[in-house]
Design a protein around this ligand. Structure first.
Ligand code: COS
Length: 375
């Protein structure tokens, strides 16, 4: 790691401890979006880390991004999913595939964190089966007429700018899909129900409804029919962010368990002096190290402009399972205290589950990996 990497890591660690830790339990309990904290993260440059400084970004590499994601996720996975979506699913795709006009108008405020963005692919009947888009973007000459519903959208209400994937020419299947930039104020766009979730309860997950929303052609990202490739390419990078989130949830739970096991006594000695607990800690640390190396490998390949599709899927597949296993063991080590909110690990165990579902389920990652192996 360079000095810059270490500085980013330290800044994220300090921020998580001083600004995210206080109130994280209350935000989880009351499903309160960390709005003030996200503003501060924006001021520190965490919302558009990899974007070119000429578009208000931090100009940092993917390694810096995963280091920051791990530290933020150790404490508050609800704040880190907001960060991950804005960085990888919104800013990255806009910078890579957007027009100069779109970058000026939309990327700049998103990268500075002045506003936040959302990525809208999933639908009530299309999560993993992403080519089956029911949302329609009818071509009306100078604009598209957007109709349909999106589900489980992170930053659903707190976002101002939405990238919406929609079908324009169903007969062309995935080659007839477009990615459109939709502003919250556009008439006909309504933010629907907020989901009452098992984990990442501080994050703001909504359904979205579009009824005859007029979206100018200038808001289409890339050529006509590029939307599905756009979504897949964006998700390839997004998976590195979620893998880093899973890693952070696991390492946060591990650090709490290590500390607790040195303090808590049972049968006349600390938990850490019992071999049953030592072996759990050994397994947890080994799993976390392996996950971290996979996450760093994927980030490194992306920074080197090498093919990172398989590496990103492997990192997400593995790190999300590690998050499940490690947080479950963390609750076990904490015993009764692990089952109550005050000790954080029960929240982490709930938060870990979503990393096996969003931005491609575990099963989808296995499809992606095996297709790459067999290609
Ligand atoms: N990166 C870039 N392009 C990809 C890709 C990837 N990882 N995976 C598929 N594609 C491209 C294919 O190359 C193909 O394009 P061409 O026809 O131009 O060659 C196109 O996408 C369709 O692919 P395919 O025919 O394999 O479609 P399938 O329906 O069989 O499967 C999967 C596509 C399952 C890989 C895709 O739908 C997917 O990733 N689903 C999960 C979506 C997801 O992550 N949902 C979570 C919601 S976001 S929180």
């Amino acid at each position: 790691m360079t000095e810059e990497h270490l500085a980013v890591q330290q800044a994220a660690r300090d921020f998580a401890k001083s600004e995210l830790l206080p109130g994280v339990i209350e935000r989880d309990t009351h499903q309160k979006f960390p709005a003030e904290q996200i503003k501060k993260m924006a001021a520190l440059g965490f919302m558009g880390m990899m974007v070119d400084p000429k578009y208000n970004g931090g100009g940092l590499d993917t390694i810096s991004y995963v280091l920051a994601m791990e530290e933020i996720s150790k404490v508050d996975a609800s704040a880190s999913v907001c960060m991950s979506v804005n960085n990888s699913l919104v800013c990255w795709g806009l910078e890579k595939f957007g027009s100069e006009e779109q970058k000026e108008k939309y990327l700049k405020p998103l990268a500075s964190g002045e506003v936040i963005g959302a990525f809208c692919l999933s639908e009530p009947e299309a999560g993993s089966d992403a080519t089956s888009q029911r949302t329609r973007a009818e071509d009306k000459g100078d604009h598209y007429l957007l109709n349909g519903t999106k589900n489980w959208i992170t930053n659903g209400n707190s976002a101002s700018i939405y990238i919406v994937i929609a079908q324009t020419e169903p007969e062309k299947r995935h080659k007839g899909i477009n990615a459109l930039i939709v502003e919250k104020e556009m008439p006909g766009f309504v933010v629907g129900r907020k989901e009452d979730k098992m984990g990442i309860r501080g994050s703001d997950t909504h359904s979205l409804m579009f009824t005859d929303v007029k979206v100018p052609k200038a808001n289409r990202i890339g050529e006509e029919g590029f939307g599905f490739t756009f979504a897949m390419s964006t998700l390839n990078g997004g998976r590195i962010g979620i893998a880093a989130q899973a890693l952070g949830i696991a390492s946060g739970a591990y650090e709490l368990s290590l500390r607790y096991s040195k303090e808590r006594k049972a049968f006349g000695k600390t938990l850490a002096e019992h071999q049953a607990i030592q072996f759990k800690l050994a397994d947890m640390a080994t799993q976390i190290d392996a996950a971290r190396l996979l996450v760093w490998k994927a980030a490194y390949l992306k920074d080197q402009k090498k093919d990172f599709v398989k590496a990103a899927a492997m990192a997400k597949l593995f790190a999300s399972q590690v998050a499940q296993d490690v947080t479950t063991e963390a609750v076990q080590i904490h015993g009764g205290y692990g089952f109550v909110k005050e000790f954080h690990v029960e929240r982490m165990m709930r938060d870990a589950k979503i990393t096996q579902i969003y931005e491609g389920t575990t099963e989808i990652q296995k499809m992606v990996i095996s297709r790459e192996l067999l290609r």
